[in-house]
Design a protein around this ligand. Structure first.
Ligand SMILES: [Zn+2]
Length: 407
């Protein structure tokens, strides 16, 4: 059919253009012939696409190559200041916002306490204001911002960005993406925090041969995400990776989700603090008592780690038990997924290497296969803005798949 043929040609042209653009971002500075070879395209096709990108000021020239003999090809790269993307990480304690340029470099960031998120609509208006002010302060025209990716803990519905449930915020059925979109002049995309974090942590510049990454986020709660190749596996309804709500102790405490003995109820930052409170209230003979000034209600996971790192036995017992359960949880995921790589991130990992090594020991003890024992287990490297940067990456990937970049 002529119509289909025409549509297919358009789709092919679009795909070629996006592939050249991606090649420039990933492998630039690069010349036209190298792009053609890398993308398996003809040189005239690449020349036409690059001319178009030049006209739109998306590509710039770096001059001619300096080495070798004969006529040197022109070296090209993406104009980094042509487009910008916003990423926001709405955490229970802190909101972090970043701005990334067209080539994915973080060029600005800010953080501020989350405050009381419970009024819902008012809190969302506050987040909108923060994002708009952040852009305004950088003196960047809003028309150059291509979107805002928002990372939020909880179950997020795929496609709509609706918060199905966010226990840490006391939210249920909040149309967060729709509400945030009001008054924001560029597309807004809401994703689960751990999914965003995993997308950022699984990206290793120059490494293409990682097939599956399992990313674990250990903080106030516990989440996880699966990345296959470069793509997030987010499940049928977008809620994959709920490692924190896998039951590991049927005789354990009640979890916020209503089940008994979930991993989150026995090994999260909140669970660690709660166990410390019980010990302080009943025994009192622990460094943790001094660290919280004698008031058990003041203890947090950071203090428990501080005491454990100083050799305090009650604190060590809490940390060792949490690490054992986390290792069991990860071993189950490894047995099912057989990933190449497991990355452990989150606030709990900022308390020294001991916790990581105990998790590793437990995981190695509980996995079933030899190959699982030799998989690459590492701590996250993206720092405190990793989730916000991941929200940016998720947004860019979505615009890419939808062919919605203005290229
Ligand atoms: Zn649970």
């Amino acid at each position: 059919m002529p119509y289909d043929k025409k549509l297919n040609q358009f789709q092919i042209a679009q795909t070629n253009k996006y592939n050249v653009y991606r090649c420039l971002i990933r492998e630039g500075p690069i010349n036209r012939a190298a792009i053609a070879k890398r993308m398996d395209l003809s040189i005239p096709t690449v020349m036409a696409i690059v001319d178009d990108l030049f006209k739109k000021k998306i590509v710039r020239s770096m001059g001619k190559g300096e080495f070798g003999v004969g006529k040197q090809p022109e070296i090209l790269e993406i104009e980094p200041e042509r487009f910008f993307f916003i990423g926001a990480d709405i955490g229970r304690g802190t909101i972090r916002i970043v701005m990334n340029n067209a080539v994915g470099e973080q060029i600005a960031c800010m953080r501020e306490p989350t405050g009381d998120p419970f009024p819902g609509r008012e809190f969302i208006a506050h987040v909108q204001k923060l994002i708009l002010q952040f852009v305004e302060q950088r003196r960047i025209d809003a028309s150059h911002i291509l979107g805002a990716g928002i990372a939020m803990p909880g179950l997020i519905e795929r496609g709509t960005g609706k918060v199905i449930i966010a226990p840490d915020f006391g939210w249920k059925d909040i149309p967060l993406q729709d509400w945030l979109q009001e008054n924001v002049p560029y597309p807004v995309l809401v994703k689960n925090s751990t999914h965003a974090l995993a997308v950022n942590e699984s990206y290793i510049p120059g490494v293409d041969d990682v097939h599956t990454t399992f990313c674990v986020n250990l903080g106030y709660g516990i989440g996880a995400a699966i990345i296959t190749g470069e793509d997030l596996y987010d499940g049928t309804g977008g809620i994959s990776g709920e490692l924190g709500h896998c039951v590991v102790d049927r005789d354990g405490p009640l979890c916020k989700c209503g089940n008994i003995g979930c991993l989150e109820a026995v090994a999260s930052g909140e669970a660690i603090a709660r166990q410390a409170q019980t010990i302080i209230a009943h025994h009192g003979r622990s460094m943790m008592t001094e660290l919280c000034g004698g008031n058990a209600a003041n203890i947090d996971a950071k203090m428990v780690f501080e005491a454990a790192n100083a050799g305090d036995n009650p604190a060590l017992k809490i940390i060792n038990t949490a690490a054992m359960y986390i290792g069991i949880g990860i071993s189950m995921a490894v047995n099912i997924l057989d990933p190449d790589r497991v990355v452990i991130c989150g606030g709990l990992m900022r308390n020294g290497p001991y916790f990581f090594e105990r998790i590793r020991a437990s995981m190695e003890e509980h996995v079933v296969t030899r190959s699982s024992r030799s998989l690459l287990l590492s701590a996250g490297t993206g720092g405190e803005y990793s989730t916000a940067n991941g929200a940016c990456r998720v947004l860019v990937n979505t615009l890419w798949v939808q062919r919605a970049l203005p290229i």
